[in-house]
Design a protein around this ligand. Structure first.
Ligand code: 2PG
Ligand code: MG
Length: 419
């Protein structure tokens, strides 16, 4: 089976911003579409997301955020190389690298390469007569990932109503994914109404989380823990934090605006240790800035053994940065985001390398998402063990949760228990 047609075009993501879609038509007439997500708290070392600002192609009403250059790169540069080619994801990702060998796909754009790469993965699953999840794991029980789900949002996702980006929950004692999700929906509902009765006005943030204002991270943790306790779920649901600290790091200082405090790197290591030793926190993401490697190592040495120390902006789904993190014992887990990397096969390679070195993996959505649900198939098919999609609100989020629910009832599965 060959590729007959490659068509790229601009669509919208969940923030109403343009993103890239690709539709492949195969020689059997079947059609396969993929759309790429986009981040807000992006790491400096992520693959390059090509937007039109400064390219002469910018669409006025999208304020430079249009992606016509990335779309044109697919239709004019990539498509002619793929038409007539057989479906082989590794070979086609190789063609994409040849077309733009710059690190991070600077020329063509990682949004262009990823959209194409994902459409090829979906089409390849079709050619092999399988779902995307079974394309990656053809036989045996599937591993449904443990979710970490956003309750409170701050940082770049919620107008900085809280300095840190997310307070999430991990329903670690749930018997299956369906039960896990029901617990989190209840926590979120309680948090929304409790916030109201305390006169705290909230906005719904980019990932559907509650943008409640709290002066300190401690206050935010205590608020969510109170909801967990009132539902009788203490000890069954733990916290996860995405500190996203690169966002408030500068000139060697971590500066928190809501409490008006500023910390040196060493002081912030102590501050983060204090936090994880005070509350039932199972996972902490980006406690330190993306290039503050020494702080990461110092923290990992002193942190509780069971704590998951998760690198997002630190690793940016990049093999070389992961290798450095393994060598320097900077963390013990990596967030996996396909659009930080730019290709499906090399994203998969980063995940496998993490597993081979006893790092946990959390496959993650972005704050700007689409209705596509491929993320759920990749998380299960690659046996990631954990997934992060944002909150339980918004169809771009529920598309992934609902796909996990579908797979849980229709396949032989086991529920991952990383905590
Ligand atoms: C993160 C993600 C998702 P963004 O920081 O982990 O929550 O945010 O997509 O904005 O980088
Ligand atoms: Mg993050």
């Amino acid at each position: 089976m060959n590729i007959k047609k490659v068509l790229a075009y601009q669509v919208l993501d969940s923030r109403g911003r343009p993103t890239v879609a690709v539709t492949l038509t195969l020689s059997d007439g079947s059609i396969h579409t993929a759309r790429v997500p986009s981040g807000a708290s992006t790491g400096a070392h992520e693959a390059h997301e090509l937007r039109d600002v400064g390219t002469g192609r910018a669409e006025t009403f999208y304020g430079g955020k249009s992606v016509f250059s990335a779309v044109a790169n697919i239709n004019e540069i990539i498509a002619p190389k793929l038409i007539g080619h057989s479906l082989n994801p590794a070979a086609i990702d190789g063609i994409l690298v040849e077309a733009d060998p710059t690190p991070g796909h600077q020329k063509i754009g990682a949004n262009a390469t990823l959209a194409t790469s994902l459409a090829v993965a979906k089409a390849s699953a079709h050619v092999s007569g399988k779902s995307l999840v079974r394309f990656y794991q053809p036989t045996g029980p599937l591993l449904i990932p443990m979710p970490m789900i956003n309750i409170l949002s701050g940082g770049a996702h919620a107008n900085r109503s809280l300095d840190i980006q997310d307070v999430l929950v991990i329903p670690h004692a749930a018997k299956n994914f369906a039960e896990a999700l029901s617990w989190v929906v209840a926590i979120r509902e309680r948090a929304a109404s409790d916030g109201k009765s305390h006169g705290i006005t909230h906005l719904v943030a980019d990932e559907g989380g509650l943008g409640l204002s709290f002066k300190t991270t401690d206050d935010a943790c205590e608020f969510v823990l109170a909801q967990i306790e009132l539902l009788g779920l203490s000890g069954k649901v733990s916290l996860a934090l995405d500190i996203a600290s690169t966002q408030f790091y500068g000139d060697g200082k971590y500066s928190l605006t809501t409490s008006g405090t500023s910390y040196s790197s060493d002081q912030f290591v102590d501050e983060m240790l204090n936090l994880v030793n005070t509350y039932p926190i199972s996972s902490i993401e980006d406690p330190f800035a993306e290039d503050d490697w020494a702080a990461w190592t110092a923290f990992t040495k002193q942190a509780p053994e069971k704590l998951q120390i998760l690198g997002d902006d630190l690793f940016t789904t990049n093999l070389h940065r992961l290798e450095r993190g393994i060598a320097e014992v900077s963390a013990n887990a990596i967030l996996i985001k396909a659009n930080q990397n730019g290709l499906v096969t090399s994203t998969h390679r980063v995940l496998d390398h993490a597993h081979a070195n006893n790092f946990a993996t959390v496959v993650s959505a972005r704050s700007g998402e689409t209705e596509d649900s491929w993320l759920a198939d990749l998380a299960i098919g690659w046996r990631a063990g954990q997934i992060k999609v944002g909150s339980t609100h918004g169809s771009e989020r529920t598309a992934k949760w609902n796909r996990l629910l579908e797979i849980e009832v229709s396949e032989e599965t086991e529920f991952s228990k990383p905590f």
